[in-house]
Design a protein around this ligand. Structure first.
Ligand SMILES: Cc1ncc(COP(=O)(O)O)c(C=O)c1O
Length: 223
């Protein structure tokens, strides 16, 4: 089959099942292939139009195929595509400078990654380096990405295939309090639990809070 031959939704779903890891899970029993996007709309290969409330898990915050963003991307790929970070470029320093201007306090230095998983790995590495400790406490329902470390720090069974370390602690939210406590008492009990876990180990560690949002879970408040 030539690469330019357009596939139907059915063919895309069949090939997805055949050639991709089962862990690349789709939503719905009959997944919805998306062919193109425009602003707040996406279209299937058959041209069905959908209003997109999902936005690539909130990452397409300025709409699909935003002309201003696309113009800059094309400008860059037509000028210079890849050099590795071993050579400095104008845009990397300009962006880092801009971030230094808008970030609070003394935060000045940036480290760029191309995925959330890498960003999480870097943050844990820095925390480990800074504290000199291995312990990491993550919250229930959290999601951190698809690397081995990120899955280890995921407290949500469908996304945690295996795992090395990281304690999964209670979520400090009355919406999901497992011991049915009201606000304040609920948070206090969680804090006591975290403290007792830290005592079992070295007494110091990193507390990771990336929980009931995005990939993790959407919790409907009671009443
Ligand atoms: C809270 C959170 N952390 C990490 C990630 C991983 O990001 P990526 O898929 O870009 O590696 C996600 C992705 O949905 C996320 O929602």
């Amino acid at each position: 089959m030539s690469n330019s031959q357009k596939l139907s939704s059915k063919e895309i779903n069949e090939k997805h099942k055949e050639y991709l890891f089962p862990s690349v899970a789709n939503y719905y029993k009959e997944p919805l292939p998306i062919d193109r996007g425009e602003g707040m709309y996406v279209y299937t290969p058959e041209g069905e139009k959908y209003l997109d409330f999902f936005g690539g898990i909130l990452t397409v915050s300025v709409g699909h195929c935003n002309p201003k963003v696309n113009e800059k991307i094309s400008e860059q790929v037509n000028k210079l595509q890849h050099t590795s970070t071993l050579y400095p470029t104008e845009n990397i320093v300009k962006l880092a400078e801009k971030l230094a201007e808008i970030t609070p306090g003394e935060l000045k230095k940036s480290y760029f990654t191309s995925s959330g998983t890498e960003a999480d790995e870097t943050a844990v590495f820095l925390a480990k380096h800074f504290t000199g400790n291995q312990e990491l406490i993550v919250l229930r329902h959290s999601y951190s990405g698809r690397s081995l470390l990120a899955m280890s720090m995921t407290g949500h069974a469908p996304w945690r295939h295996g795992g090395l370390w990281a304690w999964v602690s209670s979520s400090s939210s009355t919406f999901s309090c497992l011991i049915s406590q009201p606000w304040k008492i609920c948070c206090y009990r969680c804090a006591v639990r975290v403290r007792s876990r830290l005592r079992i180990k070295s007494g110091r560690g990193t507390f990771w809070s990336a929980w009931a949002c995005r990939t993790g879970l959407i919790i409907c408040p009671a009443n």
